[in-house]
Design a protein around this ligand. Structure first.
Ligand code: NI
Length: 435
């Protein structure tokens, strides 16, 4: 395994330095598929809420590699990794997000693409990354793809990439905290690395590290609700989805675009090539948004202008289990009466997440495998049995239904005032300042 003559370091605001000693890793970073990650933000539309959140999947991926490097180093002496296994861990960490498209969340929802499937295609297809990986051995790209796809035979290695305690999560919590300028996601990574232990096929935590782990679980819980599911970020995401949807509909109806959606046509037809997929990044999408904000079609024009200039939809809390479907139909009807198309301007959204779930052990995604503490007598104990803090947030699903709509369109003075008032009553908007 070829080493670099001199160690390379990247200055990193989260881990201070990212250290690269293997030629393989250095070469992978230089591939065009990896460099493309500079043009895809880690948190999609989050920057409309937290303006610092402009960091890319490139710097996150370097961070995951660095965390992995430290875990492997920490495990030395407790477990034997061959030189090839070490490179496997490092490569999988570095490349785990390589299949992401622009604004992944909205993009995948509308076009039904799957970044995990694209990761596999990039690793195994005719790409620079594939050629670099093959310098280790002909089946090395396949092994990296298996580790990322969680099908690799050595479960300890896959769990370092995807489990409750993996290099990916540890980096993104710290990184997203740093770049959003919030404090919710911070935890003591040095301490956690010190108390992680390989145990059969999994990673467990030495009992003395319980409080550091509690901190990490609570950090995750806080980040989901304060940052990842932030309703304003979701408003921008909803608008983005509606833009893609509108373009698709217009394209299907034979509408003549001033700026033809060339980069998206093969997506609409569902046979996009690897090369075309890799050509899609956020600057490309934003270019189209700017162009389409001048289109003749009023809906596409308005939605793009909203996205570019951050004229977002407002929202109310909404749970259809309480209001029933009739309420929604009535609201849609009033929107139509006001001349606003509810297919684009009345949107429901509901993310949910389990912060720490011990009850789905059979789930082979690996992400719900419980966290075990290694007790002084050598036995394992499940974390929530020991920690009252973790117990209190375990296995509880929290729902968050919101209904998004453009209040400014309702209030622009051109709509039938009677209908607008009826809409506001249905939406229970009595106090505008509360929105
Ligand atoms: Ni990641």
């Amino acid at each position: 395994m070829e080493r670099l003559r001199e160690e390379k370091v990247f200055k990193d605001p989260v881990h201070r330095y990212v250290h690269v000693r293997d030629k393989l890793i250095w070469d992978l970073i230089g591939t065009k598929e990896f460099q493309r990650l500079r043009r895809i933000r880690q948190l999609g539309t989050c920057y409309v809420t937290f303006h610092g959140a402009e960091h890319s999947r490139f710097n996150h991926s370097l961070g995951v590699y660095e965390v992995m490097r430290r875990i492997v180093k920490q495990f030395e002496g407790r477990i034997h990794f061959s030189p090839e296994e070490k490179l496997l861990c490092f490569s999988a960490a570095l490349l785990h997000d390589i299949g992401h498209g622009p604004f992944s969340h909205s993009f995948e929802k509308v076009f039904h693409t799957d970044h995990e499937e694209w990761t596999q295609r990039i690793l195994l297809g005719d790409t620079e990354a594939n050629r670099v990986l093959r310098t280790v051995s002909p089946d090395f790209p396949q092994k990296v793809a298996q580790v990322i796809g969680k099908t690799y035979e050595n479960k300890l290695i896959t769990s370092l990439i995807s489990s409750q305690f993996d290099a990916d999560r540890m980096d993104y919590l710290l990184r997203d905290t740093y770049y959003t300028g919030t404090n919710y996601g911070s935890f003591d990574i040095e301490r956690i690395l010190r108390v992680m232990r390989p145990y059969n096929n999994m990673v467990v935590i030495k009992h003395t590290g319980m409080h550091a782990v509690e901190d990490y679980i609570v950090a995750r819980y806080q980040m989901y609700w304060q940052v990842y599911f932030h309703p304003v970020t979701r408003s921008a995401e909803v608008i983005l989805q509606k833009i893609f949807q509108r373009v698709h509909v217009l394209y299907g109806s034979g509408y003549v675009f001033a700026r033809n959606p060339d980069h998206f046509i093969r997506l609409f037809k569902k046979h996009i090539t690897l090369e075309e997929y890799l050509a899609l990044d956020e600057p490309v999408v934003l270019f189209y948004m700017c162009e389409w904000s001048k289109e003749k079609d009023p809906i596409l024009r308005d939605l793009c202008d909203r996205f570019i200039n951050r004229r977002l939809f407002k929202y109310i809390e909404h749970d259809e289990r309480i209001t029933g479907p009739e309420w929604r139909r009535e609201l849609q009807e009033r929107f139509r009466q006001a001349g606003i198309d509810p297919n684009y301007y009345l949107v429901e959204d509901s993310p949910s997440d389990l912060p720490y779930d011990i009850y789905r052990i059979g789930d082979d995604s690996g992400e719900r495998i419980p966290i075990y503490l290694l007790m002084p007598d050598g036995n394992l104990e499940e974390l929530s049995l020991r920690s009252a803090i973790v117990e209190s947030i375990s296995g509880k699903r929290r729902y968050d239904y919101k209904l998004y709509f453009p209040l400014d369109l309702l209030e622009d003075g051109t709509k039938d005032q009677r209908v607008v008032n009826e809409i506001k009553q249905l939406l229970r908007i009595t106090n505008r300042a509360a929105l």
